[in-house]
Design a protein around this ligand. Structure first.
Ligand code: SF4
Length: 196
């Protein structure tokens, strides 16, 4: 006769009871195992992007749900490494693997904000107002500080009182165009967070 400890007895009788109850309710493990598992990304839209965190610039695939109809907004529900991306070949470090939390964080900055000199309050701006303000300040500063020639007559065409930091989520091509535009202004202080 097989001897059971009290713990083994509870495990055996518990699993037998659960199995027979499920069978009585019509659940068959054979049917369940034969069921084709639904692919959770089947109805999603995929968008290629670059991880926003660090200068490695790994490629990511972002999957969003929503049919794109009027008055609906797509919502990102899954992110994974892009297997076709030359930098990471589908891999992501723990920070990149946690991008979904970053995207849905209530603390994430999603709109331009402005804090006036001496104020401790940030005010939301429209994108139009923000871009107009940035353009105007850039032009004013360039008009006042652009240096065409040094004192000894050497042509330099430089503007060193403003700098620019380009975002890591821009593509190689966007980084290239940003570089060309900034250099055409005479801007020397330029960096791009990702090494794209
Ligand atoms: S996944 Fe990690 S290594 Fe790659 S860009 Fe993001 S933070 Fe950097």
């Amino acid at each position: 006769m097989v001897q059971y400890s009290r713990r083994q007895f509870m495990q055996v009788t518990g699993s037998t009871l659960a199995g027979s109850s499920l069978a009585l309710m019509g659940f068959s493990p054979t049917n369940a195992l034969a069921e084709v598992r639904q692919y959770k990304l089947a109805a999603t839209t995929v968008t290629r992007q670059t991880c926003t965190y660090c200068s490695v610039g790994c490629g990511v695939l972002m999957y969003s749900l929503g049919d794109g109809s009027k008055n609906t907004r797509l919502s990102i529900m899954h992110i994974e490494g892009d297997p076709d991306h030359p930098v990471n070949r589908g891999t992501l470090c723990p920070k990149g693997a946690g991008l979904l939390d970053f995207i849905h964080s209530p603390n994430r900055l999603q709109f331009p904000e402005y804090r006036a000199p001496g104020s401790n309050e940030w005010k939301r701006l429209s994108w139009d107002d923000a871009l107009t303000r940035i353009s105007k300040l850039l032009k004013d500063d360039r008009d006042a500080n652009f240096v065409e020639k040094t004192e000894d007559g050497l042509t330099v065409n430089r503007w060193i009182t403003t700098g620019m930091l380009a975002a890591s989520a821009s593509s190689n091509e966007a980084g290239y165009v940003t570089h060309k535009v900034a250099r055409s202004w005479g801007l020397l202080a330029l960096d791009n967070q990702a090494r794209v």
